[in-house]
Design a protein around this ligand. Structure first.
Ligand code: HEM
Ligand code: HEM
Length: 183
């Protein structure tokens, strides 16, 4: 099994990071929208936000690890993309990192604005930077907008990947799904 990325495709580490994080991000979006509509008497009133925050902190750690892995890996060749597609893909791929970082940090700031730490799956806790009452609303609005931006970008990104695979016969999706070809 190919661990590292090669010029012909993504290795198993990059592929697991990509697909597991994509799944978690879409699930977190749905969970976020659903949980803010729960009323106080719902059995999930406390557990749903607690799950959302715990997964969010795990995603923050995963994003940092993934970024380090990306920087220390070779980039698979994109000779099947036009110069325009290559620049657009680069912009979108690198754009995800700051957007996701801002989304995760805004979530952290909403959750810790009352001065309380975040308990991550009851395993460890992430401290609050200190009580800051007004911050909750601002960070909440930023968090909501950023979550829509990330999902919109992911939709465009997925549509481009599928179009490239189905209509242009390109290898982008294969590079990210099955990895390098065996030579
Ligand atoms: C991929 C990451 C994430 C996504 C896609 C996401 C998405 C969402 C969405 C869609 C909402 C509902 C917004 C609304 O309609 O008002 C929400 C709310 C919330 N999220 Fe996240 N979130 C993420 C990460 C995090 C993280 C890391 C934390 C904290 C550690 C967090 C804490 C919260 C809290 C506390 C709310 C409730 C805010 C309120 O009551 O208005 N989220 N999130
Ligand atoms: C929230 C969801 C997603 C995020 C945040 C995301 C992010 C990224 C990032 C940052 C890269 C560049 C490689 C890296 O740094 O790891 C990438 C590559 C890729 N993604 Fe996604 N992605 C998401 C969902 C999807 C979906 C749903 C598809 C397909 C249906 C897809 C298909 C691809 C492909 C084919 C590549 C490789 C492009 C190439 O190198 O030619 N992604 N993605």
């Amino acid at each position: 099994m190919q661990i590292r990325d090669t010029s012909d495709g993504y290795g198993i580490v990059s592929r697991l990071f990509h697909w597991l994080m994509a799944l978690a991000i879409v699930a977190m979006f749905a969970l976020g929208l659903w949980m803010v509509g729960l009323d106080y008497y719902s059995p999930y009133y406390h557990s749903a936000p607690s799950l959302h925050k715990s997964v969010g902190i795990v995603l923050l750690i995963a994003l940092a690890l993934r970024f380090g892995w990306r920087l220390s890996s070779v980039k698979p060749d994109e000779e099947d993309l036009t110069p325009f597609e290559r620049s657009a893909a680069r912009l979108v791929h690198w754009g995800f990192y700051p957007l996701l970082l801002a989304l995760l940090v805004s979530g952290y700031l909403i959750s810790t604005a009352d001065g309380r730490p975040i308990e991550v799956f009851g395993l460890f806790s992430v401290p609050s930077p200190g009580e800051n009452k007004g911050l909750e609303d601002t960070a909440g609005a930023v968090h909501t907008w950023l979550s829509y931006a990330v999902i919109a970008l992911a939709a465009v990104h997925a549509a481009a990947a599928i179009k490239h695979h189905v209509f242009d016969g390109g290898r982008s999706l294969s590079r990210m799904w099955s990895g390098p070809r065996k030579i």
